[in-house]
Write a protein that binds this ligand. Sequence first.
Ligand code: ZN
Length: 567
Amino acid sequence: MTARGCRTGLAVAGIVLFLGTAAAAADGAIVLRGARVLTMDPAKPEAQAIALVDGAIAAVGSAEDIAPFLKGATVYDLPETALVLPGFQDSHNHLIWSATAAEDISLTDVADEAGLRAAIEPTLSKLPDGAWLRGGGWSVAVYKDLSAKALDAITGDRPAYFEDVDGHSGWANSAALKAAGIDACTKDPEGGRIERDAQGNPTGLLRETAMALVGDLLPDYPEAQVDAGLEKGQTEALSYGITAIIDPSATEWMLAGYQRADGAEKLKLNVEAAVKIEAEEGAAGAQRVLGLKNRYTSPHLEVTSVKLFVDGVIETGTAALLEAYVGSNSAGDPLFTQEQLDAVAVAADRVNLQLHAHAIGDRAVRMALDAYAAARKANGARDSRHQITHLELIDPADIPRFKELGVIANIQALWAYPDTYIVDLTEQKIGPERSQWLYPFGALKNAGATLAGSSDWSVSSMNPLEAIQTGVLRQDIADPNGKVLTPQHKLDVMDMVAAYTINGAYAAFDEDNSGSLTVGKRADVVVLDRDITKVPPTEISQGKVLATMIEGVPVYEGEGLPKPAGP
Ligand SMILES: [Zn+2]
């Protein structure tokens, strides 16, 4: 149950009283009709119309069923081809962080020295003396000369630090390395790596926990940047029909930012947040997270979970595998020992915190499952809904354990197609046999796992329709004739819709309030211009959102939404 769920609970009670006087109940309703309503509620899967009253769903059914709500209502006569769905839930979206950082220098698509210069120089000329150049978005798949010297040539003596697009590597210039005291004598921190040249000098690239050596020196973002960023990011989310998110790695400034927005009645999305605990902090971290949970609860915000980074990513060899990388003796080191991971999982589970583990390699996935099993053994089985996200490579022996342990598979379906990352940087590193188990969503589903859908924005687009199409086709959305990634792991479109609606609500312990169009639930609704369950799958991602409503209030209106009639 979320804080917001509690509030809606009151609203629903109000409606029940209201229904005694049908005429009064109708006043001020919003009615959507004329299009197919796909409820995601097995008790009544389909309907033709829906009425929203006082922030909650008051009726779902035929034209007759909603007739009592028409008087004084705002009525949308939707195109017949449209589809009404529960609002999308993005179960892993770094909204406030990414939206704030989006105001920094962007190295997205930087492919050469000229591009790097063009990205950095405009900011360089504006910054006060001594201020840091900061930003991110670079990708080793696009730009190769990732040296401190390459940055120095542009930045001079000013410290500069840029994170890569997936947040697992940092690129520092010489001034930043110097400020952090990193030189040839600096040891790699536990769970991290300072990349070095043949002489042992740091190159400027920092992996995983080594990123903090420089990252921790960056000044806090000004509140104005956070507030402006969040507003922009939220606007984008609403335009894609997203009505709730899990923010998987919130720090205190991020929680404060959400809360500030909520206090100003600007936070529309329902936000559940996870807070990271690292191996070094260990089990004591659970109490710190509880402290944050107490401080940062507001109507649309709740800290529910602990984020655990179990490993890195395959492309840089930092994902933890059960067997070594091809052509290497290394299988990648996890960021926790099993004992450390178990200790955090047991402590967090004991105080009813949910666990949200980043696990990419098959060893990391197994470690997370083992830790969840350890928590269950220590604290007893309960409805814990722990999650593992990313799940790039899973050993087939571990697939049934998701169902057995009640672990939610939190998937980024948009990653499951043969792009450069997969073809050049992943398949070659793990070989053909293991590559059969890349993003094995179909196997997870067949083994009874609950799949929740998410974007990992801003690692990739937060448009759920792109993820839904890719989950179904496992093919580049830009190339309908392109190669398919391990077709045995394709999902049905309804699996993907469930992942982004009712299963997302379940992952957030919010299924009593959201995730389906059921009378009494919060009126979080998305209207799409097409029925994505019926159009050819290659056309799903071209779908447009006609309207997004949260608590019955239109928060986004797209092109093509008919003007409502009345009251
Ligand atoms: Zn993430």
